[in-house]
Design a protein around this ligand. Structure first.
Ligand SMILES: C[S@@+](CC[C@H](N)C(=O)[O-])C[C@H]1O[C@@H](n2cnc3c(N)ncnc32)[C@H](O)[C@@H]1O
Length: 273
Protein backbone atom coordinates (compact mmCIF):
# COMPACT_ATOMS: atom_id res chain seq x y z
CA UNK A 1 0.00 0.00 0.00
CA UNK A 2 1.25 3.47 -0.75
CA UNK A 3 0.32 6.67 0.98
CA UNK A 4 0.50 8.28 -2.44
CA UNK A 5 -2.89 6.59 -2.76
CA UNK A 6 -5.85 7.51 -0.56
CA UNK A 7 -5.16 6.28 2.94
CA UNK A 8 -7.79 3.84 4.14
CA UNK A 9 -9.63 5.00 7.23
CA UNK A 10 -7.23 7.86 7.99
CA UNK A 11 -9.00 9.83 10.73
CA UNK A 12 -10.51 13.06 9.40
CA UNK A 13 -8.73 14.97 12.17
CA UNK A 14 -5.33 14.32 10.56
CA UNK A 15 -4.25 17.51 8.80
CA UNK A 16 -2.22 16.33 5.83
CA UNK A 17 -1.88 19.87 4.50
CA UNK A 18 0.72 20.62 7.21
CA UNK A 19 4.13 18.94 6.94
CA UNK A 20 5.15 16.57 9.70
CA UNK A 21 8.74 15.80 10.74
CA UNK A 22 7.80 12.11 11.12
CA UNK A 23 6.52 11.88 7.55
CA UNK A 24 9.47 13.90 6.19
CA UNK A 25 11.78 11.37 7.93
CA UNK A 26 9.88 8.59 6.16
CA UNK A 27 10.45 10.41 2.85
CA UNK A 28 14.19 10.76 3.58
CA UNK A 29 14.34 7.00 4.18
CA UNK A 30 12.68 6.38 0.82
CA UNK A 31 9.29 5.50 2.33
CA UNK A 32 5.94 6.30 0.76
CA UNK A 33 3.92 7.17 3.87
CA UNK A 34 3.93 10.88 3.25
CA UNK A 35 1.80 13.54 1.64
CA UNK A 36 2.43 16.43 -0.76
CA UNK A 37 3.04 18.94 2.07
CA UNK A 38 5.59 16.56 3.67
CA UNK A 39 7.41 16.02 0.38
CA UNK A 40 7.51 19.74 -0.37
CA UNK A 41 8.90 20.41 3.09
CA UNK A 42 11.40 17.53 2.78
CA UNK A 43 12.55 18.77 -0.64
CA UNK A 44 13.07 22.21 0.84
CA UNK A 45 15.20 20.64 3.61
CA UNK A 46 17.13 18.58 1.05
CA UNK A 47 17.98 21.72 -0.89
CA UNK A 48 19.53 23.39 2.17
CA UNK A 49 20.78 20.31 4.06
CA UNK A 50 21.64 17.57 1.54
CA UNK A 51 23.33 15.40 4.21
CA UNK A 52 20.05 14.72 5.99
CA UNK A 53 19.00 11.52 4.19
CA UNK A 54 22.44 10.09 4.98
CA UNK A 55 22.13 10.83 8.69
CA UNK A 56 18.64 9.26 8.78
CA UNK A 57 20.07 6.09 7.22
CA UNK A 58 22.97 6.05 9.70
CA UNK A 59 20.46 6.44 12.51
CA UNK A 60 18.30 3.60 11.22
CA UNK A 61 21.38 1.43 10.91
CA UNK A 62 22.32 2.23 14.54
CA UNK A 63 18.79 1.23 15.62
CA UNK A 64 19.19 -2.15 13.89
CA UNK A 65 22.55 -2.83 15.54
CA UNK A 66 21.28 -1.73 18.95
CA UNK A 67 18.30 -4.11 18.65
CA UNK A 68 20.52 -6.97 17.47
CA UNK A 69 22.93 -6.34 20.35
CA UNK A 70 20.02 -6.33 22.81
CA UNK A 71 18.65 -9.59 21.41
CA UNK A 72 22.11 -11.06 21.69
CA UNK A 73 22.19 -10.00 25.35
CA UNK A 74 18.94 -11.88 25.99
CA UNK A 75 16.49 -8.97 25.76
CA UNK A 76 13.13 -10.22 24.51
CA UNK A 77 10.92 -7.17 25.01
CA UNK A 78 11.26 -3.60 23.76
CA UNK A 79 9.67 -0.26 24.46
CA UNK A 80 10.39 1.87 21.41
CA UNK A 81 9.73 5.59 22.02
CA UNK A 82 9.20 7.82 18.99
CA UNK A 83 9.18 4.75 16.80
CA UNK A 84 8.09 6.58 13.64
CA UNK A 85 6.28 5.34 10.59
CA UNK A 86 6.84 1.61 10.25
CA UNK A 87 9.09 1.40 7.23
CA UNK A 88 11.38 -1.56 6.69
CA UNK A 89 13.80 -2.10 9.55
CA UNK A 90 11.60 -1.39 12.53
CA UNK A 91 12.35 -3.13 15.80
CA UNK A 92 9.93 -6.05 15.39
CA UNK A 93 11.21 -6.64 11.85
CA UNK A 94 14.82 -6.69 13.07
CA UNK A 95 13.91 -9.35 15.63
CA UNK A 96 11.89 -11.35 13.09
CA UNK A 97 14.72 -11.17 10.61
CA UNK A 98 17.14 -12.35 13.30
CA UNK A 99 14.76 -15.23 14.06
CA UNK A 100 14.50 -14.20 17.70
CA UNK A 101 10.95 -13.68 18.93
CA UNK A 102 10.42 -10.49 20.91
CA UNK A 103 7.54 -8.40 22.20
CA UNK A 104 7.50 -4.78 21.09
CA UNK A 105 5.48 -1.75 22.18
CA UNK A 106 5.90 1.22 19.85
CA UNK A 107 5.01 4.72 21.00
CA UNK A 108 4.46 7.65 18.67
CA UNK A 109 2.38 10.78 18.94
CA UNK A 110 2.08 11.30 15.20
CA UNK A 111 -1.34 10.21 13.89
CA UNK A 112 -0.19 8.86 10.53
CA UNK A 113 2.62 6.84 12.13
CA UNK A 114 0.08 5.47 14.61
CA UNK A 115 -2.58 4.76 12.01
CA UNK A 116 -0.21 3.08 9.59
CA UNK A 117 1.46 1.01 12.31
CA UNK A 118 -1.96 -0.19 13.41
CA UNK A 119 -2.64 -1.42 9.87
CA UNK A 120 0.76 -3.10 9.59
CA UNK A 121 0.52 -4.70 13.03
CA UNK A 122 -3.12 -5.80 12.87
CA UNK A 123 -3.44 -9.32 14.20
CA UNK A 124 0.00 -9.35 15.83
CA UNK A 125 -0.06 -10.73 19.35
CA UNK A 126 3.45 -9.62 20.18
CA UNK A 127 3.76 -6.10 18.75
CA UNK A 128 1.56 -3.05 19.10
CA UNK A 129 1.63 0.74 18.94
CA UNK A 130 0.35 3.29 21.43
CA UNK A 131 -0.45 6.81 20.31
CA UNK A 132 0.98 8.93 23.09
CA UNK A 133 3.38 11.69 23.94
CA UNK A 134 6.41 9.79 25.23
CA UNK A 135 7.03 12.59 27.76
CA UNK A 136 3.99 11.28 29.63
CA UNK A 137 6.01 8.37 31.02
CA UNK A 138 3.39 7.28 33.50
CA UNK A 139 0.65 7.15 30.84
CA UNK A 140 2.92 5.12 28.53
CA UNK A 141 4.11 2.72 31.24
CA UNK A 142 0.63 2.15 32.62
CA UNK A 143 -1.12 1.88 29.27
CA UNK A 144 -3.05 -1.42 29.07
CA UNK A 145 -1.08 -2.51 25.99
CA UNK A 146 2.25 -1.83 27.70
CA UNK A 147 1.12 -3.82 30.72
CA UNK A 148 -0.17 -6.64 28.55
CA UNK A 149 3.00 -7.05 26.47
CA UNK A 150 5.87 -5.97 28.70
CA UNK A 151 6.96 -7.51 31.98
CA UNK A 152 8.94 -4.89 33.88
CA UNK A 153 10.19 -7.43 36.38
CA UNK A 154 12.39 -8.67 33.51
CA UNK A 155 14.96 -6.71 31.46
CA UNK A 156 13.50 -4.47 28.78
CA UNK A 157 15.18 -2.79 25.82
CA UNK A 158 14.27 0.89 25.96
CA UNK A 159 14.84 2.49 22.55
CA UNK A 160 15.01 6.27 22.36
CA UNK A 161 16.47 6.52 18.91
CA UNK A 162 16.38 9.60 16.68
CA UNK A 163 13.77 11.33 18.79
CA UNK A 164 15.38 13.27 21.64
CA UNK A 165 16.39 15.92 19.11
CA UNK A 166 12.76 17.09 19.22
CA UNK A 167 12.82 17.73 22.98
CA UNK A 168 13.91 20.96 24.55
CA UNK A 169 16.15 20.92 27.64
CA UNK A 170 15.80 19.61 30.28
CA UNK A 171 13.22 17.16 28.89
CA UNK A 172 15.57 14.44 27.54
CA UNK A 173 17.27 13.94 30.91
CA UNK A 174 13.92 13.99 32.74
CA UNK A 175 12.42 11.51 30.30
CA UNK A 176 15.25 9.00 30.68
CA UNK A 177 15.12 9.30 34.48
CA UNK A 178 11.34 8.69 34.48
CA UNK A 179 11.52 5.54 32.37
CA UNK A 180 14.60 4.04 33.91
CA UNK A 181 12.95 3.95 37.33
CA UNK A 182 10.76 1.16 35.98
CA UNK A 183 13.54 -0.81 34.30
CA UNK A 184 14.84 -4.01 35.88
CA UNK A 185 18.56 -4.62 36.32
CA UNK A 186 20.03 -5.80 33.04
CA UNK A 187 17.70 -3.66 30.94
CA UNK A 188 19.36 -1.84 28.06
CA UNK A 189 18.79 1.76 27.05
CA UNK A 190 19.70 2.77 23.47
CA UNK A 191 19.79 6.43 22.53
CA UNK A 192 20.83 8.37 19.48
CA UNK A 193 20.49 12.00 18.59
CA UNK A 194 21.63 14.81 16.36
CA UNK A 195 24.87 16.73 16.93
CA UNK A 196 26.84 19.39 15.11
CA UNK A 197 29.70 19.50 17.59
CA UNK A 198 32.45 18.24 15.29
CA UNK A 199 30.76 19.11 12.02
CA UNK A 200 32.77 20.82 9.29
CA UNK A 201 31.85 24.45 8.57
CA UNK A 202 29.79 23.21 5.59
CA UNK A 203 27.85 20.67 7.68
CA UNK A 204 27.40 23.20 10.47
CA UNK A 205 25.94 25.69 8.00
CA UNK A 206 23.57 22.94 6.79
CA UNK A 207 22.50 22.27 10.36
CA UNK A 208 21.78 25.96 10.97
CA UNK A 209 19.59 26.12 7.88
CA UNK A 210 17.90 22.86 8.82
CA UNK A 211 17.08 24.15 12.29
CA UNK A 212 15.53 27.24 10.76
CA UNK A 213 13.37 25.18 8.40
CA UNK A 214 12.13 22.83 11.16
CA UNK A 215 11.46 25.76 13.46
CA UNK A 216 9.44 27.50 10.74
CA UNK A 217 7.45 24.27 10.26
CA UNK A 218 6.64 24.22 13.99
CA UNK A 219 8.91 21.22 14.75
CA UNK A 220 12.10 22.70 16.24
CA UNK A 221 15.10 20.41 16.59
CA UNK A 222 17.99 20.67 19.05
CA UNK A 223 21.45 19.28 18.15
CA UNK A 224 23.46 18.43 21.31
CA UNK A 225 27.12 18.02 22.10
CA UNK A 226 28.81 14.94 23.51
CA UNK A 227 28.97 16.06 27.15
CA UNK A 228 25.28 16.87 27.29
CA UNK A 229 24.17 13.60 25.68
CA UNK A 230 26.51 11.69 27.98
CA UNK A 231 24.77 13.25 30.98
CA UNK A 232 21.50 11.58 29.89
CA UNK A 233 23.19 8.24 30.66
CA UNK A 234 23.99 9.19 34.26
CA UNK A 235 23.62 6.20 36.57
CA UNK A 236 23.73 3.70 33.70
CA UNK A 237 26.68 1.54 32.64
CA UNK A 238 27.72 2.42 29.11
CA UNK A 239 28.35 -0.55 26.86
CA UNK A 240 31.66 -0.32 24.93
CA UNK A 241 32.60 1.76 23.00
CA UNK A 242 30.46 4.32 24.85
CA UNK A 243 28.91 7.35 23.21
CA UNK A 244 30.32 7.60 19.70
CA UNK A 245 29.30 8.72 16.22
CA UNK A 246 26.59 6.39 14.90
CA UNK A 247 28.70 4.26 12.51
CA UNK A 248 31.34 3.74 15.20
CA UNK A 249 28.89 1.91 17.45
CA UNK A 250 29.38 -1.84 16.75
CA UNK A 251 30.16 -1.15 13.11
CA UNK A 252 29.04 -3.85 10.71
CA UNK A 253 29.42 -1.83 7.52
CA UNK A 254 32.84 -0.11 7.41
CA UNK A 255 31.64 2.05 4.49
CA UNK A 256 29.46 3.94 6.97
CA UNK A 257 32.60 5.17 8.72
CA UNK A 258 33.41 7.25 5.62
CA UNK A 259 29.92 8.69 5.36
CA UNK A 260 29.90 12.47 5.05
CA UNK A 261 27.04 12.63 7.59
CA UNK A 262 28.95 10.71 10.26
CA UNK A 263 29.70 13.79 12.44
CA UNK A 264 25.96 14.55 12.69
CA UNK A 265 24.84 11.78 15.02
CA UNK A 266 25.87 10.24 18.34
CA UNK A 267 24.58 6.99 19.76
CA UNK A 268 25.17 4.66 22.69
CA UNK A 269 23.69 1.73 24.57
CA UNK A 270 23.83 1.45 28.35
CA UNK A 271 22.87 -1.19 30.90
CA UNK A 272 20.74 -0.60 33.98
CA UNK A 273 22.93 -1.64 36.93
C1 LIG B 1 12.98 10.81 13.30
S1 LIG B 1 11.67 9.72 13.73
C2 LIG B 1 12.60 8.39 14.43
C3 LIG B 1 11.99 7.05 14.17
C4 LIG B 1 12.77 5.87 14.71
N1 LIG B 1 12.91 5.93 16.16
C5 LIG B 1 14.13 5.78 14.08
O1 LIG B 1 15.12 6.07 14.76
O2 LIG B 1 14.24 5.43 12.92
C6 LIG B 1 11.06 10.52 15.22
C7 LIG B 1 9.67 10.08 15.62
O3 LIG B 1 9.43 10.54 16.96
C8 LIG B 1 8.10 10.97 17.06
N2 LIG B 1 8.00 11.90 18.19
C9 LIG B 1 8.55 13.13 18.32
N3 LIG B 1 8.25 13.65 19.53
C10 LIG B 1 7.50 12.73 20.18
C11 LIG B 1 6.87 12.68 21.46
N4 LIG B 1 6.98 13.71 22.32
N5 LIG B 1 6.17 11.58 21.79
C12 LIG B 1 6.06 10.54 20.93
N6 LIG B 1 6.62 10.53 19.71
C13 LIG B 1 7.33 11.60 19.32
C14 LIG B 1 7.80 11.62 15.72
O4 LIG B 1 6.41 11.63 15.48
C15 LIG B 1 8.56 10.70 14.77
O5 LIG B 1 7.73 9.66 14.30
Amino acid sequence: MSFLDPVPDLPATVDTSQPSAARAYDYFLGGSHNFTADREFADQVLAIAPSIPAVTRLNRSFLRRAVLYSLDQGIRQFLDLGSGIPTVGNTHQVSEHAGVPARVVYVDKEPVAYHHAQLVLAGSETTTIIQADMRQASAVLNHPDTRRLLDFSQPVGLLVVGVLLYLEDPQPAELIRAYRQRLATGSLVAMSTLTAEHASPTLRAEMDLLRGAYEAAGEPVYPRDHAEILSWFDGLDLVDPGLVTLPEWHTDDPNELDDVARPLGYGAVARVP
